[in-house]
Design a protein around this ligand. Structure first.
Ligand code: SF4
Ligand code: F3S
Length: 86
């Protein structure tokens, strides 16, 4: 699965949402929780590893989980947690 990491925080560019073919990136602009959320998250159960979000993100915040630098490791849990908690 792809994961959205640290660089998205405070940026929330949103380009990833527009290109994701399975609409698995949330909270999207206009969705509940969007304003309060520090970043966007990828639903690990829905992501089809198409790489579109990684290509679209201007700050390279979306990447395959296996490419996450160790210091961003918590992003993996944060992405999954966003979807299991709701
Ligand atoms: Fe969506 Fe593709 Fe990114 Fe997965 S890799 S979140 S399916 S755009
Ligand atoms: Fe964040 Fe990049 Fe998407 S900044 S909202 S992961 S386009």
């Amino acid at each position: 699965t792809y994961v959205i990491a640290q660089p998205c925080v405070g940026v929330k560019d949103g380009s990833c949402v527009q290109v994701c073919p399975v609409d698995c990136i949330h909270p999207a602009p206009g969705e509940p929780g969007y304003d309060e959320s520090p970043q966007l998250y990828i639903d690990p159960l829905e992501c089809i590893d198409c790489h579109s979000c990684a290509q679209a993100c201007p700050v390279d915040a979306a990447l395959p989980e296996e490419d996450l630098p160790p210091e961003w490791g918590s992003s993996l849990e944060a992405n999954a947690a966003f979807f299991t908690e709701r």
